[in-house]
Design a protein around this ligand. Sequence first.
Ligand SMILES: *[C@@H]1O[C@H](CO)[C@@H](O)[C@H](O)[C@H]1NC(C)=O
Ligand SMILES: *[C@@H]1O[C@H](CO)[C@@H](O)[C@H](O)[C@H]1NC(C)=O
Ligand SMILES: *[C@@H]1O[C@H](CO)[C@@H](O)[C@H](O)[C@H]1NC(C)=O
Ligand SMILES: *[C@@H]1O[C@H](CO)[C@@H](O)[C@H](O)[C@H]1NC(C)=O
Length: 958
Amino acid sequence: MEFLNCIASFLWFATGVIAIGQPTTLTFSPDLGGLQLGGSGLAPTIILDSKDWPGVTRAANDLANDFGLVIGTTAKVATGTSDVSNAPVIIAGTIGNSSLIQTLVSASKLDITGIQGQWESFSSQLVSNPVEGVSSALVIVGSDKRGTLYGLYDISEQIGVSPWYWWADVPPKKKSVVYALNTTKTQGPPSIKYRGIFLNDEQPSLTNWVNQNYGSYNSDFHAKVFELLLRLRANYFWPAMWNSKFYVDDSKNGPLADTYGIVMGTSHTEPMARADKEKVKPWDWKSNQANVKKYMQDGVTRAKNWETLWTLGMRGDGDTASSTMDSSTLTQVITFQESALKSTFGDLTDVPMMWCLYKEVAGYYQKGMTVPTDVTLLWSDDNSGNIQRLPTPSEANRLGNAGVYYHFDYVGDPRNYKWINSIQLSKTWEQMHLAHQKNATQIWIVNVGDLKPLEIPISHFLDMAYNMSQFSMPDSTDQWLKLWATRESGSSVADATAAAITTYGKLIIRRKYELLDTSPFVLSMNYDEAENVYNEWVSLLNATQSIYDSLDATTQTSFFEMVLHPVLAGKMVQEIYIKASMNAYYATQKRMKANTFAADVKSAFSADQQISSRYHQLLKGKWNHMMDQVHLGYDNWQDPSSNSMPSVKTVSTTAPSSGIMGVSVQGSTISSPGDAAANLLAMNPYMPDSRYIDVYTRGQGSFSYNITANVSSITVTPSSGTLTYPSGASDARAFIKVDWSAVPSGLSRVGLTVAGSSGSNANVLLTLPLNNVAVPTDFKGFVESNGVVAIEMAHYSSRTAGSSGTTMEVIPNYGRTHSGIMLFPVTASTQTTSGGPKMVYNFHSFTTTNSANVVVYLSPSFNTNPSNPLSYAFSIDDGAIKAVQPVPSATLGTMPAGWSDAVENGARVVTTAAGSIAAGDHTLSLWALEPGTVVQRIVIDLGGVKTSYLGPPESVRV
Ligand SMILES: *[C@@H]1O[C@H](CO)[C@@H](O)[C@H](O)[C@H]1NC(C)=O
Ligand SMILES: *[C@@H]1O[C@H](CO)[C@@H](O)[C@H](O)[C@H]1NC(C)=O
Ligand SMILES: *[C@@H]1O[C@H](CO)[C@@H](O)[C@H](O)[C@H]1NC(C)=O
Ligand SMILES: *[C@@H]1O[C@H](CO)[C@@H](O)[C@H](O)[C@H]1NC(C)=O
């Protein structure tokens, strides 16, 4: 596989052709030879068999049109070879449905052995003299309907038409010539058999947009969705269901899906191809069995001629648990459903069925309910991207195998998230890679809310589902993002775009927008956390805006939709909440900057509306309503009726009796003069953060100040200034620098004086503890600062492979701060601390304590195998090894203890007592003992950890 990828990437560099991660078969450079397909005034004729699938003809017309978008001349679609004249020829057909293909095979001109009988596979190759009068043709042959479709759209993507050309306005890349390389490729079968999306939580944004543009969820709308899905190599779809009935709203919907080649499904709560809104009442098996049966039977009758993956089972009315359902009743329901299908289709071998173990439904299974082996068990995540359960060894040989229902958008507990993209791709990779490796490969379906704002996570999910072999390693997300960014915005900005999206994922995994209410989320002033987080958003926006500015106008539009908008809109929401919390903090200091922040919050709140309007006005209103979702001011799981601004305080501009000058230090609300002066936090030569003194106005007026130290080893910048409110700078931050060569070793204290011009009593005396320590010259690793050692996982000192070939691997750009580590491969059995792989982190401490704690930050993942719950172990030096099961065991269908906090915080934080640690050099060893255990951060608390959301900044490494 690696060899093949190597060739593919070589060709990509040589040809500039992009089909994400898939081998290249075209070139835009005549020097590489092959068959010319297009050029100035020249476009191919795409020859099909008239008996091939209608969906193939339809897609061939898309490809013909795509040639027009790229080279300026639309290709022709023909069902015979009579009028090919001198045009280049593409022959496309499906094995078994195309006599043209059959003739080539019979004449031994076309080799189909690699794909025949395979699911959704295709081959593309140049064939000499395929038909009379044609010396050479590009032949695309599909093993089945969708094999051919994907083969056609593969050409579209390679010539420069993104799957998102309409849905995200990615401009087709103009070409002067297109050549088919003289190379053969076969692609497929896909890694996941049924791969698709669920439009859900579609009110207000998608529904308002649909109503404006289509009138309803009708076939014109679905034609757009289905084309997108096929271009993304998906095949499966759950339609919107909050207030719509797919098969009823437009009688053309059902046949349209079948014609396009989309396998229809219905959501977990809508059995037998019927919509929630069609349910017979009372929707109750026990009291209304005959009518419920008829309703289900009617669903089969209605959809029987269209390719369908049948949803079995039964929940309560309206996406809730049924109060009268239990395991034995549900068994009756499923038995009936299978019999209804059997009586319609006879043999069920080729009739796919699934049962989704969503929420309470998994509880019936847990209680011992069995379902027929040909029904796929569709395991669900917790609605927040953490898969709850995956196949266990005893479920390994089920005929229908298993699948995953995943979420990029959700309405419910602990809180809705349905505004814009809030997905960290490396997290999706980690979970779906695990699912793939555990053989949950029959179905992957993802809830995508309004679809439109989730272009990137959708692309990523479906590309993985199509070919997981491109995603076998933990750094695959970064590789994929660069290819994605190249396809959508061009190679010159690909690295920067990928970096922006990666940073966005890191910032948003910390907490979703809807959870940024002020009550549980008070960003800490310790470690300057609130400001640092805000600054991360500012620099992300700055970097993203620079990319945007460098693009041509047409590419800017699509870049705005997919990349700049979430960053811009996201930063504005962060600004509202962070500045509101800083306003409250500064107000306690009577600091005039509180008023500035209050004004900033108000203007950010109105900017938020303007950003939505900008989106709605794009392309003459093409995406009007897509940003209708209320996203500010949540106070419970359900969205509020309108956006609201957090409250802010206004500080009186009359200075307090202690004077206009105020002085504060990091991490303290104390404001002097007035309050007793605060001590500065200690400094040492190994600090990851800086130390400063804030000087500020506490009322209207002006003053000047000088800051002096009583020793020459300290410099303060700026050391003097004038502050004024309301016009001019009202605040100054003076950073402290220490010349450690002039400081006595060990602990000492120096004095600093802030002298203000507002009177003699205005002087503030501050004490600064200095801890002049040094690590041994031969030490390499993390160095304690102020009782803390904070470690990002990628920065290990050494690692050891396990005896059975297992390793600990870094997942780059994973989690809230930096990276994760995981046990690899995830098919490994339970590891031990004697034979398993381990990571070692060296650290040096200056503190001696007998009550150290090790704080481990994990992803909020589940014990997907209840018999082998997630587990890690650590030891310090040669001390006792502590094994930890971070996620409490829970019954299927219920959430493990601590789940809400973990999901809301984007991390599960587990603290374990680590006993005595003396000053000196140490090693921390870490083992991940069960697959799926991902550690994203470790903090060794030697007594100095302060309250914060993300934890202390990473320690200095020497
Ligand atoms: C492709 O390569 C084969 C084998 O080398 C050769 O016979 C054929 O002529 C080539 N076709 C084109 C169009 O270059
Ligand atoms: C997954 O399926 C393959 C092929 O059937 C099998 O070899 C492998 O052991 C399975 N893996 C697991 C974790 O069940
Ligand atoms: C913004 O980005 C530009 C270029 O990427 C950089 O030169 C500049 O310093 C950045 N400004 C801020 C405030 O981050
Ligand atoms: C600050 O220092 C300058 C220069 O020594 C002096 O002129 C000024 O009066 C000082 N200001 C205060 C407020 O002490």
